[in-house]
Structure formats: structure tokens, C-alpha cells
Design a binder for this molecule. Structure first.
Ligand code: NAD
Length: 428
């Protein structure tokens, strides 16, 4: 990680400013889109198991809803900041527009370390978060979902609280619910599988066969594990994964040159995606420093942990063999890091295309919840593949026509659509 100060929102605004220039947006549209429409900051008092009350900081940021109700996850993280939430909300707006779902962009967060909270304390925190924003979110306003360190159980507690407050059943209030409680089949897999749908299309452009490629992955959570699962199914081989070791408070990279065994590593990982280093060592994995994932001699890199993973400090360490980067995480590459990747001619599938499977499937879940009619897993994943592949083709065509990198092409499509919606509504 770079030691330079990093502000995700400043990065998101700088990205936006560049594209606003390319799109020649008028000043009013620029002023509207470079800030969130609304944001809520709140204190969440929670009675802990030992009887004390602890007050957590919570946020919901609604960046733009010109194309439809806001959509975006809730992250639980000890280093969460309002600027990270603002950036993630803006990126959600572009992502929903890019895959052309009728939704806007929002994001939520709580500054907390869920590892240190009991189940009961986590439940109390989820319910407190909903009580704080219950009148400003909802199926036709703003629909939350899971993100880093939140899961289906958290969503269900939040739904239950929302329904208590509003006195009815509103399964379309939140997505990422457990399947038995109105969730969608395929939602758990959707983000990671979507990364691989996009990777498959990019490999076609690069005229590479998946079975001839190897990959290194940062992260071993929901996105990473499902990306690895499908990548293995299409013939690829992952030789290194990294994760955050909460005990030691540092990242660790696990390498097996013959290829990692996904079920084996899943068996020794906790539900937050931390692999037990001692058990991995006994299973023959080399234990390397966390940053080693980026230096591996592979064809593909998949950052699927957090933002700020590929920077000007470490982009130079990427092996000459790397042809493709599929950004599973949100905002993993800084603009300076991106510049180096461009100069190196590495094909980058930008985050808001690569990981759009999550929100696309969340939209499918909303449709199913609102109509109370549920689809099969094959239907969900088939529709997901279709939606994402068409988005990839749109971006790739724009990139070729305008001689732009994929990231700029994707921004041009997405920001253009949002600006048009604001204009059509008469906002600007
Ligand atoms: P998760 O909490 O399930 O997993 C995060 C993983 O990253 C864990 O394995 C953790 O150990 C690892 N990690 C954290 N810091 C690290 C570091 N410094 N080095 C190496 N590994 C580190 O989260 P997730 O849901 O898999 O989300 C991962 C990323 O994908 C986030 O950027 C998230 O915003 C984005 N995303 C998630 C979804 C989704 O549906 N879950 C959708 C779109 C985007």
C-alpha cells in the first residue's frame, strides 16, 4: 500500500472531471454530478453484551437518482470514512447506468470492526442503522445491499426492522437477502461470476484461451471466491490469493504454483474471507507478504479486496507477462496506477463494468421481490451473462471507435446516460 494520503472521493471526482471534459458537459451538469444529491450522517447507540452503550458512526450517501431509486451496499469497516462512501455512491451511479438498469447510485457504511462484535451486537447495529434512515430509504427511494463485511443475515435484520417501522411487508426494500427469505438465486455468485463473464470476453479480444492462462487474486471474500470458482470452471488456474489477517493486522499472500485448491482454502477461511495462515502452511502453500499478489508471474490479475490496491508505488512491480486486469473490487486502481497500466498496454476491465454483476443481480432480486415471483438460478445467471456481455460489447465498441481505454469508454457511456437523464428531467 502507498503511504501517500489517499482520498477515494477526490479520486472519483478527478475521474469525473476528466470525462466531463471529454463529453463537454455544461457547468450545471458538472456541478450537480460531482457531488452527492443527499447524504445522511448519524450516530448509532448500541447496547453491548457487557451492558455498556457504544456509539457507532453511520452514513448513507445518495449520489444521484435521476435514472431510478438509489442502489448500493452497506459496508462495515473500521477505516470507513464518509469520503469513501461518497466515492462508492458515485461509482454506483455510473455502474447502474453502464449496465442500463433503471437505478441510481447510493452507498452506506458504518465505522466498526464486525469481527469484534457478537452476533447480537451486529444485529443491534443493523437495526439501529435502519432506524436512522428508515424514512429516507425504501423500495422506491433507495435500496441497500451487502458490501464488504456485511451479508444476507445483516440484510434480513435490516429488512425486519424496516418492516416493523413501516408496518407491512417490503421485500423490495433491500437485496442480498437469504434465498429462503426473498433473496435471488445466483445473487451470492453474481459479482464474482460477472467478473469472469467480463474476463472471458476480454480474453476473446486478446485472443487468449482461458485454459492457457494463470491468475493471481487479491482478496478471498465473496467476490474473489466466486470469481476463482468460475475461472477454474472455464479452465484457468489461480496460483496466488491474498487476504487480510485480522489477528496479525497485515495482508498475507498464499501461493501454490501448481494452482490453489479452492474448496481446500474455503475450508480454512472464516466467513470474512480470512485464510488461516498456519493451516495453509501445513497444506503446502507458500506464505508471502500481502503485496506479493501483484508481483506474480501470471497472465491475469484480479484485485478483489478494497480500493487503492494498484498505485504508482506498486504498478511497476507487475510482471511483464500480465495482459489483463479484471477489477473485482471498487476503485482498486488509482489514476496514477492506471496511467502506468495504460503505458504498459495492459487491458483493464474497469471496476464498474467488471463487478457490475452484483448490482445487476440485485436489480433482478428487486424485480422478483416486488412481483413475488422467483426465477431459477439458470434464468438469473443467463440474464446476468446477457446483460453484462452486452455492456462489455458497448464499451468495447466505444473504446475502438474513440480510440480510448476501456475505463474512459465505460465512463463516457455511463456519465453520458446519467447526464441525459438529469437533462431530460429538467434538472440541468
Ligand atoms: P468481503 O468482505 O467478502 O471480502 C473482502 C476480502 O478482501 C477478504 O478476503 C479480506 O481478507 C480481503 N482484504 C481486505 N484487505 C486486504 C488487503 N489489504 N490485502 C489483501 N486482502 C485484503 O468483500 P466482497 O464482498 O468480496 O467485496 C470485495 C470488493 O468488491 C469491495 O471493493 C466491494 O466494494 C466490491 N464489490 C462487492 C460486491 C458484492 O456483491 N459483494 C459487488 C460489487 C463490488
Amino acid at each position: 500500500m502507498s503511504t501517500k494520503s489517499f482520498n477515494a472521493f477526490a479520486m472519483a471526482q478527478a475521474q469525473f472531471d476528466r470525462i466531463a471534459e471529454l463529453l463537454e458537459l455544461d457547468q450545471g451538469t458538472r456541478d450537480l454530478l460531482r457531488q452527492p444529491l443527499r447524504e445522511y450522517h448519524f450516530s448509532l447507540p448500541v447496547r453491548m453484551d457487557d451492558g455498556r452503550v457504544r456509539v457507532f458512526r453511520g452514513y448513507r450517501v445518495q449520489h444521484n437518482d435521476a435514472r431510478g431509486p438509489g442502489k448500493g451496499g452497506i459496508r462495515f469497516h473500521p477505516q470507513e470514512t464518509v469520503d469513501t462512501v461518497r466515492a462508492l455512491a458515485m461509482w454506483m451511479t455510473w455502474k447502474c447506468a453502464l449496465v442500463n438498469v433503471p437505478l441510481g447510485g447510493s452507498k452506506g457504511g458504518v465505522v466498526c470492526a464486525p469481527h469484534d462484535l457478537s452476533q447480537r451486537e451486529q444485529e443491534a447495529l443493523c437495526r439501529a442503522w435502519v432506524r436512522a434512515v428508515a424514512r429516507d430509504v425504501g423500495p422506491v427511494l433507495d435500496v441497500p445491499a451487502p458490501d464488504v463485511m456485511t451479508n444476507g443475515q445483516h440484510m434480513l435484520w435490516m429488512l425486519d426492522e424496516f418492516e416493523h417501522i413501516h408496518g407491512g411487508k417490503y421485500p423490495g426494500f433491500i437485496t442480498g437477502k437469504p434465498v429462503a427469505m426473498g433473496g435471488s438465486l445466483g445473487r451470492t455468485e453474481a459479482t464474482g461470476y460477472g467478473v469472469v463473464f467480463m474476463l472471458r470476453e476480454a480474453l476473446k479480444e486478446l485472443q487468449l484461451r482461458p485454459q492457457d492462462t494463470q491468475a493471481s487474486v487479491q482478496g478471498f471474500g465473496n467476490v474473489a471466491q466466486h470469481a476463482i470458482e468460475l475461472y477454474h470452471q472455464i479452465g484457468g488456474r489461480v496460483t496466488a490469493v491474498s487476504c487480510w489477517d485480522h489477528g496479525a493486522q497485515r495482508a498475507v499472500c498464499f501461493r501454490k504454483k501448481s494452482g490453489i485448491d479452492l474448496p481446500e482454502l474455503r475450508g480454512i477461511a472464516d466467513r470474512f474471507g480470512t485464510i488461516d495462515p498456519q493451516k495453509a502452511g501445513k497444506l503446502g502453500y507458500e506464505l508471502l507478504p500481502g503485496d506479493a499478489w501483484i508481483e506474480q508471474d501470471v497472465d491475469i490479475l484480479i484485485p478483489a479486496a478494497l480500493e487503492h490496491a494498484i498505485t504508482d508505488d506498486n504498478a511497476g512491480k507487475i510482471s511483464r507477462r500480465v495482459r489483463l486486469i479484471a477489477e473485482g473490487a471498487n476503485g482498486p486502481t488509482t489514476p496514477e496506477g492506471d496511467h502506468i497500466l495504460r503505458e504498459r498496454g495492459i487491458f483493464v476491465i474497469p471496476d464498474f463494468l467488471a463487478n457490475a454483476g452484483g448490482v445487476t443481480c440485485s436489480y433482478f432480486e428487486q424485480v422478483q421481490s416486488n412481483t413475488n415471483f422467483y426465477w431459477t438460478k439458470d434464468e438469473v445467471l443467463g440474464k446476468l451473462d446477457l446483460a453484462m456481455t452486452s455492456a462489455f460489447i458497448d464499451v468495447s465498441q466505444t473504446a475502438h471507435q474513440r480510440k480510448l481505454p476501456m475505463r474512459d469508454a465505460a465512463h463516457i457511456i455511463a456519465i453520458g446516460r446519467v447526464a441525459q437523464a438529469c437533462h431530460d428531467r429538467g434538472w440541468v
